[in-house]
Design a protein around this ligand. Sequence first.
Ligand code: HMG
Ligand code: MG
Length: 307
Amino acid sequence: MNYGRTPLDDLPSRVTICEVGPRDGLQNEPVVLPVEVKAEFVARLVDAGNTVVETTSFVHPKWVPQLADAETLLSAIEQSEGVRYPVLVPNERGLDRALDLGMRDIAVFGSATESFAQRNLNRSVDESIQMFAPVVGRAREAGLAVRGYLSMCFGDPWEGEVPVAKVVDVASRMMALGCTELSLGDTIGVATPGRVTALLDALSAAAISMEHVAVHFHDTYGQALANTLTALRRGVTTVDASAGGLGGCPYAGSATGNLATEDLLWQLAGLGIETGIDLDKMVATSVWMAERLGRPSPSRTVAALAR
Ligand code: HMG
Ligand code: MG
């Protein structure tokens, strides 16, 4: 059924979706999927038209056992022309692993708060930035694109509200390292649109261009779509989402899944915004994945279209 397209002013004509299901989604699932299933998941996402598929992490396998098969998975994937397969890399050990496999896109992942930096990276904010410096430097020298994630940009389960000035400070330090993109993480999904606007305006005032900014909303409180629309209106054109709303973060207690890609696609299609991604193929992929995980997708759009 076609329900039409009605554009709104002040929105981009095209949005790039960074599909984080295989990484942010699967890192938090209690079930560790066989590597062949993960490889098929990535292949299905690419077949659906995704051009950025965050595939796995080169972290310590004890910290995230779900992604301990990173090398085997990447060797099993036939990379398609025109598709980017970013991987998370916390330190030089991770970078070496990524370079050994010829990866072209990496992401370092910092935190705006001390509590999460300690829990996620076993380091303070300052020590994490020091750890990232040679990673970003060497990666840029080798011609790689480097995304800088910044977690807890809105609220933190141990510290509560996170001051905008603190987020801008750490964001500026991540960009000064040489990151080519900054992804703003609402790790526990507590943001609301006014706060999103305030942060984006403060980042713009600190000379961080929206061209380099992505938003990464978890949907714990059902705010991810409203927050995304707010960010698009402020000039952001890259949005992170996970197929079927998979995901969370093992080191942030109250984190649930990311914004579901299908929910985002429904909204963008209705607004006449291009993504190049086929909604029906995404729904079929999420239904398939739900069978593998033994639980239904939390995405409303998947539930509605899978009937
Ligand atoms: P550490 O224990 O402080 O590490 O962990 P270390 O440097 O002291 O090294 C200890 C051992 O780990 C050494 O081995 C290293 O070689 C090894 P040993 O000599 O004892 O045999 N090691 C590694 N092995 C494999 N790959 C590596 C690696 N690094 C060290 N890369 C570390 C520090 C950063 C490694 C650890 O804290 C870690 O792996 N953390 C990852 C946590 C994680 O992946 N969290 C989820 C992603 S973040 C997220 O989900 C948020 C996001 O979605 C945005 C949002 O929503 O806000 C991105
Ligand atoms: Mg996340």
